[in-house]
Write a protein that binds this ligand. Structure first.
Ligand code: CMP
Length: 138
């Protein structure tokens, strides 16, 4: 069993894609064991994306992630990290496979609807960053 963090980003929430994303997660058999809507502060978004702080797109990314609410989820299942990444598709929607969330719903490499942890260590950090143990119904 593995856990991973999923985020429906501001563009996904604003366009009304929460339900479609949740539907795809549940249809795949992943369990949503925590879920909350939140308007991220600048500090919270910067702390979450600290690994990207030297990247040229960092300031734009933080502005985007704080422009309107996100939906935060903890997913659980066998191989949950890779399965959720498979449902999302490639970061750049131009490279995403047909039938993935980003291919179907994303605008561009930044406004790409969803986030998912990329490895067990980042998943542990990211789930813990947004959820207290008592908020996780595992
Ligand atoms: P995410 O998987 O949340 O991880 C970092 C985010 O930065 C990524 O999705 C995109 O939203 C954004 N991002 C990554 N690469 C670029 C890029 N080259 N230009 C703009 N935004 C990017």
């Amino acid at each position: 069993m593995q856990r991973t963090l999923a985020i429906v980003k501001p563009d996904g929430v604003a366009k009304g894609y929460i339900g479609e994303v949740v539907k795809r997660i549940e249809a795949d058999g992943l369990k949503i064991i925590a879920m909350r809507m939140e308007l991220l502060t600048q500090t919270k978004a910067e702390g979450f994306y600290y690994v990207h702080k030297e990247r040229p797109f960092f300031n734009d990314l933080i502005a985007f992630m704080t422009e309107s609410p996100v939906v935060l989820m903890c997913l659980e299942g066998e191989d949950a990290i890779a399965r959720w990444r498979g449902l999302m598709g490639a970061t750049n929607p131009e490279n995403a496979d047909p039938g993935t969330i980003r291919k179907d719903m994303a605008t561009n490499i930044e406004r790409n609807v969803v986030h998912g942890s990329d490895a067990p260590e980042t998943a542990a950090f990211e789930v813990d960053y947004f959820f207290k143990g008592s908020e996780i119904m595992g």
